[in-house]
Design a protein around this ligand. Structure first.
Ligand SMILES: [Zn+2]
Length: 434
């Protein structure tokens, strides 16, 4: 009788699995310990739904990724002890057919906020310690307005058993944590103009980078002859670049937008200042009335009398109310010598890396070089800030290339090289590279 019951259960499990095949894979669980904040990223192979709840004794939060199976470096489960105040342990396993549960065992009173991001699809969980006397763990929904809806089904109160087999896996089989910068004392290099400006003299290193995908929402930016929109292209490249920076540099990435939302230009630098970012990189695509014009150029903020540069600035400033004349005036009045010098250097590294990439991939590509222009999005940034124009959407050949995911990935790799080369030149901390 018992045997029959067991058979019946396994048959019904089989049926359940055939009826609802898991659509996605949970491909990695990553974590970062930052000052006062611990961040966990659950990477999923598609546009997933999830639910979450907290459990006590011991304190823990779980996230059920629905219609997904664990496939982390071909592993079906994951478990890692963390040397972290807020999260003691993370484990993941398929706890019901097609449901991957990721459990965070907490180290005390912890507040968690989540955001679901695309490109790649992932769930980011940010954990912070709550003030003394505050209630226990709470899950605060993401504040960003346009994030996909969070599924909040009522979860079972009894947590399914933890993954049975939990041998400490060899390090190679675990999703790699971010590489922390290897501290190799190194004299600050001089800028190419021979100056040793303040940023360098202080030996500051890059720990936080704002990546600004241009335009968004009703502001579409420019459009290619085949309909590729600047706002979509630059968002994808920005997310790819951010992932490289997080994975390989271990630096913190802040996106001005991670979806198709309109963000006023002034708000973008304000965010960078507020978050005390070390670098600000704005990504755009170019346009020209002449379809044959092609190539890559990188800008830093300054007043300019080049008509071409002013044309680019006018287009990129279109969503702002300020005229180019007002901007030139504002820029002339503010002292930006040190920042202009650093930004020019940063732009030089980004442009060199971008051009090396495009010269290799696009025969006959012209190096349009580093330029200065009055961009609203760069005004008021208190860190080195540049704007990269990654190609001309008005050029049909470049539009076709910019549509390809692997070309976008290579572009992101080139931008990444620009960022690391600038970071390396900046201070006596050499940034480790995988
Ligand atoms: Zn643009």
């Amino acid at each position: 009788m018992k045997l029959i019951a067991a058979l019946a259960v396994s048959v019904s499990l089989l049926v359940a699995q055939t009826e609802r095949p898991a659509l996605y894979s949970v491909t990695a669980v990553r974590h970062w310990s930052l000052s006062g904040v611990t961040r966990v990223a659950i990477e999923v192979s598609g546009d997933f739904r999830f639910r979450s709840d907290r459990l006590h004794n011991p304190e823990r939060i779980y996230f059920d990724i629905l219609d997904a199976r664990p496939r982390m470096d071909s592993r079906r489960f994951y478990s890692e002890d963390l040397d972290d105040k807020l999260v003691k342990r993370i484990r993941a396993a398929e706890t019901a057919p097609g449901v991957t549960r990721v459990v965070l065992e907490l180290g005390g009173d912890v507040e968690a906020s989540t955001s679901q991001l695309a490109n790649p699809n992932r769930l980011i969980i940010e954990l912070r310690g709550t003030a003394a006397g505050a209630p226990g763990p709470t899950i605060v929904p993401a504040t960003a307005p346009a994030l996909p809806a969070v599924v909040r089904a009522s979860p079972p109160k009894v947590e399914p058993p933890a993954p049975k087999v939990e041998p400490p896996a060899p390090p190679a089989a675990l999703p790699a944590p971010p590489v922390s910068p290897v501290e190799i004392p190194k004299a600050a290099k001089h800028t190419s103009t021979g100056n040793n400006s303040l940023t360098r003299a202080l030996g500051l290193k890059v720990g936080r980078i704002v990546i600004d995908a241009g335009h968004g929402g009703q502001d579409q930016g420019t459009e290619g002859p085949k309909g590729l929109l600047e706002k979509d292209l630059v968002l994808d490249v920005a997310m790819r670049l951010g992932k490289l920076i997080e994975d390989r540099m271990g630096a913190e990435v802040i996106y001005t937008r991670s979806d198709d939302t309109f963000i006023p230009l002034e708000q973008r630098t304000a965010l960078a200042n507020e978050k005390k970012a070390d670098l600000f990189l704005s990504i755009h695509a170019n346009s020209s009335p002449y379809p044959r014009i092609a190539g890559i150029e990188t800008f830093y903020l300054n007043f300019s009398d080049s008509k071409e540069a002013l044309d680019v600035a006018s287009r990129e400033n279109a969503s702002s109310q300020k005229s180019i004349f007002e901007l030139q005036d504002i820029i002339q009045k503010i002292t930006l010598h040190d920042k202009a010098e650093e930004s020019k250097e940063f732009a030089g590294r980004v442009q060199a890396a971008l051009y090396a990439f495009s010269a290799h991939n696009v025969p006959g590509e012209k190096n349009r070089g580093v330029k200065k222009a009055p961009f609203v999005v760069l005004i008021g940034a208190s860190m080195p800030s540049v704007l990269a124009e990654i190609g001309f959407l008005s050029n049909p050949r470049e539009e076709a290339l910019l549509k390809k995911p692997d070309y976008r990935q290579k572009l992101a790799e080139a931008l990444y090289r620009g960022v690391t080369r600038y970071s390396e030149s900046l201070s006596h901390f050499q940034v480790a590279q995988k």
